[in-house]
Ligand binder design. Structure first.
Ligand SMILES: [Fe+2]
Length: 153
């Protein structure tokens, strides 16, 4: 196996860390703004997403220090359209999750065939984020509508 380009890998892991931390803030923020009959399960789902984003941020940070590098203290872009109907929240989530997925795919391309540990990690995260985006996509469909909202990548 050839060596990884450590600087590029750390740079990508730091973008992932920042994106996941933005997810923690975004999902927590959204969870305060759900009103109506369906509030309880949707708030619970959003808080679950915030917790998962925190776990993902922690995993990325641990990878950075594993490589002997310094984890970013910055936070990724926070989307807030100030429209808090559930459709807008879910569409913003899908957009942000799509951006995180691309970062994990960038990481996979950097480490594929070079580091079993990092490749395994990147593959697991691509799997987790694609499944997650698929779940949000299903939530955005009208009942009975089989076609995906977003194009498959
Ligand atoms: Fe994530």
């Amino acid at each position: 196996m050839s060596d990884i380009d450590k600087d590029k890998v750390v740079e990508t892991l730091n973008r992932i860390l920042e994106a996941e931390l933005a997810g923690v803030v975004r999902y927590t923020h959204y969870s305060f703004l759900v009103f109506g009959y369906n509030r309880i399960p949707i708030v619970s789902w959003l808080r679950g997403q915030a917790a998962e984003a925190l776990t993902h941020a922690q995993q990325a940070g641990e990878m950075i220090t594993h490589l002997g590098a310094y984890p970013s203290l910055a936070i990724g872009r926070l989307l807030d359209s100030h429209q808090h109907d559930i459709g807008t929240i879910l569409r913003e989530s899908l957009e942000a999750e799509g951006a995180a997925l691309l970062l994990y795919k960038d990481l996979l391309a950097l480490v594929e065939g070079r580091s079993v540990m990092l490749e395994e990690y990147a593959r697991q995260m691509v799997h987790a984020e694609e499944m997650h985006a698929g779940e949000v996509d299903k939530m955005l469909r009208k009942p009975g509508d089989l076609s995906a909202v977003r194009a498959a990548s």
